[in-house]
Ligand binder design. Structure first.
Ligand SMILES: [Zn+2]
Length: 105
């Protein structure tokens, strides 16, 4: 929700006004009820920009973390696959050796 900062031209009072998109409300000076207001470049605009930048950085780190996580998972899976292959190759020569000795006798 955007909060705008206004300055009343009549009395010089500065106040924040929350602008709801659903309600077409006009900002009115809470001091003198004047509607001759000047919208200021409030700190909110700067803060929101900084906030969105921080959000992007957070999302990037989250993405990087998830990538690392996937890499880890892939590495583990590859390790298991390699291990499984090793087990098979270890298993096969033994059987053939047994067969050879039987044939040799
Ligand atoms: Zn005023």
């Amino acid at each position: 929700m955007p909060i705008y900062e206004y300055a009343c031209k009549a009395c010089g009072h500065q106040f924040e006004f929350l602008l709801l998109p659903s309600v077409k409300a006009t900002a009115v000076c809470p001091e003198c009820q004047g509607q001759d207001l000047e919208r200021l470049l409030s700190g909110f605009a700067v803060n929101s920009a900084e906030m969105s930048q921080a959000r992007v950085q957070k999302a990037r780190t989250r993405l990087a973390k998830s990538r690392n996580y996937v890499d880890k998972q892939v590495a583990e899976r590859e390790h298991i696959e390699e291990h499984g292959k090793e087990d098979i190759t270890e298993h096969l020569p033994r059987e053939t050796t047994k067969g050879d000795t039987k044939l040799g006798k």
